[in-house]
Design a protein around this ligand. Sequence first.
Ligand code: HSE
Length: 333
Amino acid sequence: MKIQIIGFGVIGQGFLRVLLKKKEELEMAGEDIKIVSITDISGTAYNDKGIDFEKALETVKNSGRIIDYPEARKISGLEAIEEIDADLVLELTPSNIKTGEPGLSHMLAAMKAGKHLVTSNKAPLALKFKKLVETAEKNGVEFRYEATVGGAMPIINLARETLSADRILSIEGILNGTTNYILTRMTQEGAEFEHVLKEAQQLGYAETDPTYDIGGIDTASKLVILANALMGMNATYKDVKTHGITRITPEAIKLARESGYVIKLIGEVKNGILEVAPRLVQVSHPLNVGGALNVAMLTCDIAGEITVAGKGAGAIETNSAILSDIISITGRR
Ligand code: HSE
């Protein structure tokens, strides 16, 4: 399987680290994963026999630009998709909720070129889900996006495969690791908002533009993806009523705590309505998970309530979802 990586930030670099860590297991399972190109804003590293993972990571660590890799060309992501032979494109550029670009064009171009697509980039799906699904069908390629929602928390493939007998009636949960990390630290230690946000950025949890996290945009995007993928809706980002956590004061957190509640940024889709807002959650409630964890409660017509939780952000954790999508496309396991 020849893979092209478009976007080589925290998640892209984490992907190579995970491949290095899993090298023997993947080989034993008969997986032949070759990264034939890596594109960032500076250009594209390219080798048809496979890029050297350690060398690519070293290059970006030293200069911050993949163009300094020994075999590199000054071509963009779109040019790389069009010109380089590959089976699968891994689209990992930052989310842009205004236009979905450049991710949206990368995704459409990849599928039109007959390449499978795996992504963690939420905005294109939150804006043009139907178009992307239709393009995949029309071109006979796989389109997998488990990593767009909940990082390592299994939800999309879980609902589609394991819960395939059920209809999902509603979804409620914490879908952003950064804000959960901030609110948890503010609740448990009285830590200061700005300080914890910086920490979340350093830990690689936050979006390139962290206002996406704290403004609820990231949660809203994920909610749209879940509503469309699991409930058959045709929603877009504009359909979500969104409030973030910027107005949550330490006093409000303290008051809630004294009455046995915590404040959480909750996304909910129910009766066709999509909403993101800070809510009071009882300390003993299953939605009260801490740190960078995400949690989702699915109400199903047969199974009843199913709750899943897992690390919602992080360079390594998110790649559990990315690699599982790739493995399901290669069909080796
Ligand atoms: N910024 C996101 C979060 C990353 O904090 O949840 C994972 O989508």
